[in-house]
Design a protein around this ligand. Structure first.
Ligand code: AMP
Length: 395
């Protein structure tokens, strides 16, 4: 097989998403997900040549799970040239993808308290993969790196300076790999040079964030110190009054742990609907008259519209709005409702085009003569593979 192969690994607390990406092929050679790691039901499913495969490995930890998966990847690849690891939080120290040297691994450890759900499992994946493939280059691609170009007035909170200088408390932003990929793809689709283009990008998946991208750089984004700030998400509240936490503690005796679980796992679409964190389920329920599901959708769209309008302050002009992520790429209703809230922007959808852009089909969905709106399918694995190879080539 010609072209280099990169294994992309994205380790979550109980899951490992992986893809084998060949630099010359559009389709991934293998794409899979190991789930329920550490439990008796631990299993992996993957797709290879259109065929679905499955393996169970009861009670396997991250290291054992990878050890079971990698021989299949190796066999399918023939040769592996590098491993690209998705890392969520690189703090202020990491501005771009880089080799996972002991110094960089230590930075990921230092930032674990800012991304407790993401950095520790990421480290487990890195450690396990480095042990299994010590001879290969291992590159970290950081969610926070793309947002390091934000100006200080966008990334600083209005709190005492020493919290920033001594404890690194500032806005970092996340989903950078997706915002980077989508803003570049959007420029390509619109026939504009990346270095002279201005976008609002809405990445709407189970986690949601929006970013203002100017000339290929992030200028502001909705997520902050942690991936909890900003938009309403599947199970995350997004912005709330900061005093809510103090109120819950002082008046009702909630512990810090309890508040964290409440705002990160029990809020968002799930919290409001009491039904599900999944947008598809909520749209179906709302069509059948479920009022709480309908309200969750309304809050989601209004808050998204409000945040996009706020982010427009970071743009010198608007070349277009880009929708991506599972919801952004598929939920025609959410795209429509969101734009309906942004009346002074003069957005108008072409209804047929909006309906046509689902399930991986991207394109223009705005009506002629109105500001450009595009659906741009994201591809974080491809972006991670590209950045991994760029780091390998630079050395
Ligand atoms: P992601 O995290 O990017 O995989 O996105 C997951 C979210 O996308 C979930 O809320 C899904 O319900 C939502 N989603 C996927 N397909 C559709 C669809 N056809 N309509 C509405 N929401 C969808």
């Amino acid at each position: 097989m010609s072209g280099r192969n990169v294994l992309v690994i994205n380790s979550g607390s109980s899951s490992i998403k992986f893809a084998l990406v060949n630099e010359d092929q559009d389709e991934f050679i293998i794409e899979g997900l190991a789930e329920r790691i550490g439990s008796p039901e631990a299993e992996v499913t993957w797709k290879q040549n259109g065929e679905k495969k499955h393996l169970s490995f009861p009670n396997a930890d991250h290291s054992e799970a990878l050890a079971q998966i990698l021989p299949y990847v190796q066999e399918a690849a023939g040769h592996l040239d590098a491993i690209g690891h998705r890392v969520v939080h690189g703090g202020s120290q990491v501005h771009k993808a880089c080799h996972l040297t002991p110094e960089v691994v230590s930075i990921i450890e230092q930032n674990a308290s800012l991304a407790p759900l993401h950095n520790p499992p990421g480290l487990m994946g890195i450690e396990a993969a480095q042990k299994l493939y010590p001879e290969l280059p291992h590159v970290g691609v950081f969610d926070t790196a793309f947002h390091q170009t934000m100006p200080d007035y966008a990334y600083r909170y209005a709190i005492p300076e020493e919290l920033y200088t001594e404890h690194g408390i500032r806005r970092y932003g996340f989903h950078g790999t997706s915002h980077l990929y989508v803003s570049r793809k959007g420029a390509e689709m619109a026939g504009k040079p990346v270095n002279d283009s201005c976008w609002l990008v809405a990445h709407l998946g189970n986690g949601c964030s929006a970013t203002a991208v100017v000339n290929g750089e992030s200028r502001d984004t909705t997520m902050g110190l942690t991936p909890l700030e900003g938009l309403v998400m599947g199970t995350r509240s997004g912005d709330v009054d900061p005093s809510l936490q103090i109120h819950l503690h002082r008046t009702f005796g909630y512990s810090a742990q309890c508040v964290e679980t409440l705002l990160t796992k029990k809020s968002g679409l799930l919290g409001v609907s009491g039904l599900s964190n999944d947008m598809r389920t909520l749209i179906e329920a709302s069509e059948q008259g479920n009022e709480k599901a309908a309200l969750a959708i309304e809050i989601f769209c209004y808050r998204l519209a409000k945040s996009l309008a706020a982010l427009s302050c970071a743009l010198p002009r608007l070349d277009g709005l880009l929708f991506t992520g599972g919801i952004g790429e598929n939920a025609t209703l959410i795209r429509k409702k969101t734009l309906d809230h942004m009346r002074i922007f003069n957005f108008k959808l072409d209804d047929a085009a909006n309906q046509a852009c689902t399930r991986g089909t991207g394109g223009t969905i705005s009506a002629e003569g109105h500001p450009l709106v595009l659906v741009v399918p994201t591809n974080e694995e491809r972006q991670i593979a590209n950045e991994t190879l760029a780091v390998v080539d630079a050395n």
